[in-house]
Design a protein around this ligand. Structure first.
Ligand code: ATP
Length: 215
């Protein structure tokens, strides 16, 4: 594979139903550790998940409010603009066509990474991007056999070797674990609570943003 030295572009996909400080803090720390641009990519019809509670437009409005005031984390809504299910491999191919040999890094929480072997054309993901695994509380480091075999020869410890290639490596990113999940936030909002310090403060400035989660 050709050598490269440009600033990596990292992609952090998810349902973001809603985005919370667990997502934002690990995305921010990954941006710092990799010295990368990080794009948040909300998924439209997630192939592995039950449908989101909020609509695509509502989740985007929440993301925009959450990202307000900084420029290191940005929003990429291409998966919402596509018809039908959005497969990560298709998104990575699109980004590769746009970004040339720039290193791409698919950021995954440890739970999402452990389930990678169930993803559409999962082995091809390593040809399209590096994978950055973000530590997440309560998730064991053990991987299913097929995934462990695939990643064994790909693991690297330092970000320099990741910057030297467009794709193909796996790096653990030791980010500060925050035990926050969107599931828990939806439960709290449905119960009429205000999880003020689990969500970006700006979301409480506009009560309409959180209406999809209220009962
Ligand atoms: P849900 O509770 O609805 O399953 P979630 O909080 O896991 O949602 P997702 O939108 O499914 O959020 O997650 C998107 C990505 O963010 C996944 O890769 C997931 O592993 C990661 N992630 C979510 N919360 C955290 C957290 N607290 N720390 C590290 N990674 C996280």
């Amino acid at each position: 594979m050709p050598q490269t030295t440009s600033k990596p572009l990292a992609l952090f996909g998810g349902t973001f139903d809603p985005v919370h400080l667990g997502h934002l803090s690990v995305a921010w720390e990954a941006a710092e550790l990799l010295d990368a641009e990080v794009r948040l990519l909300p998924a439209s019809v997630p192939p592995h998940r039950v449908p989101p509670l909020a609509s695509a437009a509502q989740r985007v409005a929440i993301l925009r409010a959450a990202l307000h005031g900084q420029s290191r984390l940005t929003l990429d809504t291409r998966e919402l603009d596509r018809d039908g299910p959005s497969f990560t491999i298709d998104t990575l191919h699109e980004l590769r066509a746009e970004q040339g040999e720039r290193p791409l890094v698919l950021l995954l929480g440890a739970d999402a990474f452990a389930g990678l072997a169930s993803w559409h054309r999962w082995r091809e993901l390593f040809e399209a991007a590096h994978v950055g695994v973000l530590s997440r509380p309560g998730v064991s480091a053990d991987l299913p056999d097929a995934l462990e075999r695939e990643v064994a020869g790909r693991r690297i410890a330092d970000t320099a070797s990741l910057r030297a290639l467009p794709a193909g490596k796996v790096i653990e990113l030791a980010v500060t674990p925050l035990e926050i999940s969107a599931t828990r936030i939806r439960e709290l909002l449905a119960a009429g609570r205000d999880p003020r310090y689990l969500l970006p403060a700006g979301l409480f400035d506009d009560p309409a943003l959180l209406v999809p989660y209220r009962r």
